[in-house]
Every structure is written in C-alpha cells, then in structure tokens.
Ligand binder design. Structure first.
Ligand code: NAP
Length: 249
C-alpha cells in the first residue's frame, strides 16, 4: 500500500502583509501547509498563527538570510515569489540609485535567489510549481515608473525563461500580473507618505489582496498537467497603468 502523503508545502515570500499574507491564508484554506517568510517577524507571526503556518525570518536581499530560510524548508511543492515592491515615482532625470538598487535586489535578485535555491526540492517533489507575482508593470510603461517597470519586465522575462528551462521536468511556472491592489505597496513606494499613498486609490475601487490571492490559489490548484502561464488581473476601473476611472469626490 502506498504511504499516505501529507499536505503539500507552499512557501510564500513577503507573507507579512498585502498579497503575500492573503496568499498564505488562501493557500492554507486550499489545503497547503504554508511556510511564510518576511523581515517583519511580528507582522508575519500575526498572519501565520491563525492559519497554522510556519513563520520564518527572510530578507530576500541577504544571501545568508536566504540560505538559512531555505535550509529550514527541506521539501516543498510550491514557491510563491511575492516579496517585492516599488520605490519612488521619479523620472529618469531624477532617478535615485538607492531606490533602483533596492528594487533590483528585492524584485529580481530575490526571485532568482529563492528560485535557484528551491529548484532541486521542487523538481524532487515530482509536482512542483513556481508562482511569481509580477505586475502589469511587467509589460506596460509609464512616466516615472522606469525603476519599477524595469524590474517587473525582468520578472516576466525570468518567468518565461524558467518555463523554457524546466520543460520536461515536473515543475509548473506561472506569473500573476495584477494592476492596482490596495495594500501597503503605495505607502512603501512613497517612503511612508500615507496621504500620497491614499491618493493612488482615491475615487476608484481597487483590487484587494484577497482578489489576487484568489488567482494564486486557483493557479495552484489546477491539475498537475495544467500550467497557467499568466493571469493579468485589474480592477474594472483600470484599463492600463495610467488609464483609470475615478469618481469625482
Ligand atoms: P506590501 O503590502 O508592501 O507587501 C510587500 C511584502 O514584501 C511584505 O510582506 C514585505 O515584508 C515583503 N518584502 C519586502 N522586501 C522584502 C525583503 N527584502 N525580504 C523579504 N520580504 C520582503 O505590497 P503588496 O502589494 O502586497 O506587494 C506584493 C507583490 O505584489 C510585490 O511583488 C509587488 O510588486 C506586487 N504587486 C503589487 C501591486 C499593487 O498594486 N499593490 C500591483 C502589482 C504587483 P517585510 O517588509 O516584512 O519584509
């Protein structure tokens, strides 16, 4: 008789807030045993505890932190590379090196580090999946957005390349590309300026983190032979990165 198998393990990076926290909850609800990583341990614990998830410290920009995190998770079926975000809305003429460097470190090198480290275990699982949280910024551009659109274009190229490189191996590769989602994203982008952050969503109905988590959980629960390549999901009030419909106040 075959050994009974336990629940599949899903790793979610950036699980302390926003889409990552919602994805952790949605995946736990779909029967995964979730391991969440992030820098803010208190916030991560608040997400993990009610869903019985494991919370582990993780800074995707720090090689030693990634190594310790990966060592603590010897087996997994699903890696959700969600940690990321934007810094600033400066035009190229005013680009700040530090913001650009951090965006590349978190959104691109972070995704590469976690994927590279977990690939052997994902392949060994016999039914693995990598879900990268990209953005519509991965295929659109807007003035002031070059730092962020550049890194999300890179995530898109990474995802498509990974799918090619894993052809013939039992690992699915998916990108979820959301438009406007109301999370801490804009607060981080505007370096803590909450008023400016609120302005991003004023007069429109943005996506919630749960809306995006729903897409992640759906892609993760298709039959093993079904690879959802990408899901682009926006609010009805948004047609492109810059074409949005706002109600007058
Ligand atoms: P958020 O609420 O700011 O969440 C970002 C998450 O990333 C937090 O949990 C944060 O945790 C984590 N993170 C940031 N730097 C990290 C690092 N160095 N190491 C580990 N974790 C790190 O924003 P969100 O909207 O949920 O963003 C999640 C993803 O969705 C990002 O990749 C973002 O680019 C993408 N996205 C967002 C939107 C949107 O409109 N909100 C649209 C398209 C795509 P700690 O700070 O605790 O480390």
């Amino acid at each position: 008789m075959a050994e009974p198998t336990g629940p599949k393990i899903a790793v979610v990076t950036g699980a302390s807030s926003g889409i990552g926290a919602a994805a952790a909850r949605a995946l736990a609800g779909a029967g995964f045993r979730v391991v969440g990583g992030a820098r803010r341990r208190d916030r991560l614990a608040e997400v993990a505890e009610p869903i019985g998830a494991t919370a582990l410290p993780l800074d995707v920009t720090d090689e030693a932190s990634v190594a310790a995190f990966v060592a603590a998770v010897p087996a997994l079926h699903l890696l959700v590379n969600n940690a990321g975000g934007a810094l600033g809305l400066d035009r190229i003429a005013d680009a700040r090196d530090e913001d650009w460097r951090t965006m590349w470190e978190v959104n691109v090198l972070g995704v590469m580090r976690l994927t590279r480290a977990f690939l052997p275990a994902l392949i060994a699982s016999g039914d693995g999946q990598v879900i990268n949280v990209g953005s519509i910024a991965g295929f659109e551009t807007y003035a002031g957005g070059a730092g962020y659109t550049g890194v999300k274009h890179a995530v898109r190229a990474f995802t498509r390349t990974l799918r090619l490189e894993l052809l013939g191996l039992p690992v699915r590769v998916t990108e979820i590309a959301p438009g406007l989602v109301e999370t801490e994203f804009s607060k981080v982008r505007f370096h803590g300026d909450e008023e400016r952050a609120r302005g991003v969503y004023r007069g429109l109905t943005p996506l919630t983190a749960d809306d995006v988590a729903d897409c992640i959980a759906w892609a993760a629960t298709r039959p093993s032979h079904v690879n959802i390549d990408e899901i682009v999901v926006r609010p009805r009030d948004q047609a492109t990165a810059t074409a949005v419909h706002r109600q007058a106040p």
